[in-house]
Design a protein around this ligand. Structure first.
Ligand code: PLP
Length: 437
């Protein structure tokens, strides 16, 4: 099991400095609950729920059993002109927890695929409604929407765009919502809703009739948890409605209880037209993502095509994979049976108190947080953007896994964490962030 006699030359790791990794590998061999173990048997607390995937904790027996049973029963079915009952059951179950009205579900395998699928659905919708000229998208600086070409175009994180300039789609960016006055704000900042007026300005510049959709993460996750100012999302909704622009929430991180409600949309009381989700949909055990759309969007696309051909010329070999559906159904049952969204909501205060207890440490320049997700902005080093991975390695050495981006850490433990688990994670953070350089 613990065979370490292999070459590391052949696997090209994503979003990784491969040279550094080879010099000092950081590997996980097994996981249970909120803990990983390295191949050497060292315990590492999981401060980022894997990659915001494992909300119900690692190694859930119920999911393993459902996956095993599904592979034996029906390991694969194509979904082009074919289907299996299990995907309809999953879509129905999801419709039960999605915001009211968003009850048509398209499946894919990753967050990136969900985002690009959502973009294409928006384009197909406008074409079906007789507005094929709506081909422009609006997104936001500091946004992350995966790495496929559509998502890369939407991205507002410069590092994710600069190497791929020649292949991007037509996207205009609004400003991000962070400013100096928000430093060390717990929860939603009071001021800043008017930043949503950037969408109005973009409409004036380009003509609203050219814009298909506006994509935002309700809480910008990958940049380091930037929480929207009060009223900001409502204002985006109003402007989108005024101009017939679709509002898309990318809930790949914020979905499935991370904010205290099933989705951030419900938490903030703003319903988008389209929503993407992935990660915790299967508790990270099997790749799966989904796009939920309002009923009228699906109906418009479906009714616009009379000929005997697919209405949406889009889909993946692994769309609605039956094994992924089984994992998702088992995961949703855990969330429901164990009342995990409610548990996460109840735990949030203790969690955020723990995060904000780090305020005066020398390595901390800002703290942000909502629900069970937080951002720890690090005091930058000589090379801007390099501090995150340096601190991430130090944390690993001290027994804590946390996702880093640029000069920020994204600390977002599993919803099943106990108060003791959280305290142990915060202790490691305190030790490492308390160092003077
Ligand atoms: N959208 C958001 C908001 C994300 O946070 C992510 C991943 O972190 C993605 C899309 C892409 O998901 P994936 O890595 O599964 O393609």
């Amino acid at each position: 099991m613990n065979d370490m006699s292999f070459s590391m030359d052949h696997h090209w790791l994503p979003f990784t400095n491969n040279k550094l990794f080879h010099a000092e590998p950081q590997m996980f061999q097994k996981a249970k609950g909120v803990r990983y173990w390295t191949p050497e048997g060292r315990e590492i607390l999981d401060g980022s729920s894997g990659l915001f995937t494992c909300a119900a904790g690692h190694g859930r027996q119920e999911i393993a059993e459902a996956v095993y049973a599904q592979i034996q029963e029906l390991d694969y079915t194509p979904h082009f002109q074919r289907a299996a009952p299990i995907s309809f059951k999953l879509a129905e179950k999801l419709a039960g927890i999605l915001p009211e009205g968003l009850d048509r579900v398209f499946f894919a395998s990753s967050g990136s695929e969900a985002v690009d699928s959502a973009m294409k659905i928006c384009l197909a919708y406008h074409k079906a409604k007789g507005e094929p000229q709506r081909t422009k998208f609006v997104s936001r600086a500091w946004g992350y929407h995966g790495v496929n070409l559509g998502g890369t175009s939407l991205a507002g994180m410069v590092g994710n765009r600069r190497d791929f300039g020649g292949v991007t789609c037509d996207v205009v960016h609004m400003r991000h919502t962070w400013n100096e006055e928000q430093r060390f704000t717990k929860g939603q900042p009071e001021d800043g809703a008017d930043l949503a007026l950037d969408l109005e300005e973009i409409c004036k510049t380009y003509g609203p009739e050219t814009i298909a959709a506006v994509f935002v993460e309700p809480i910008a996750g990958s940049i380091g948890t930037v929480v929207p100012p009060k009223g900001y999302l409502n204002k985006l909704r109003e402007i989108a409605d005024k101009y017939g622009i679709l509002l898309v929430f990318d809930e790949v991180i914020t979905g499935f209880g991370r904010t205290g409600s099933a989705f951030a949309s419900q938490e903030f009381g703003v319903t988008p037209d389209v929503m993407t989700m992935a990660k915790a949909l299967t508790n990270g055990a099997i790749p799966m993502s989904a796009v939920a759309v309002k009923r009228e969007i699906q109906e418009a696309v479906i009714s616009s095509v009379q000929a005997d051909r697919p209405e949406l010329m889009h889909g993946y070999t692994y769309s609605a994979h039956p094994v992924a559906c089984a994992a998702a159904l088992a995961t949703l049952k855990i969330y429901e049976d164990d009342k995990l969204f409610e548990h996460g909501k109840a735990l949030s205060e203790v969690f955020l108190d723990g995060v904000f207890s780090l305020r005066n440490l020398p390595q901390v320049s800002d703290l942000r947080g909502y629900g069970m997700m937080s951002g720890i902005q690090l005091t930058p080093g000589d090379t801007p953007g390099a501090k995150g991975s340096i601190v991430q390695r130090r944390l690993f050495a001290e027994g804590l896994h946390v996702k880093a981006t640029g000069d920020a850490l994204i600390f977002a433990p599993a919803l099943v964490s106990t108060e003791d688990d959280l305290a142990a994670m915060v202790d490691v953070l305190r030790k490492v962030l308390g160092a003077s350089d």
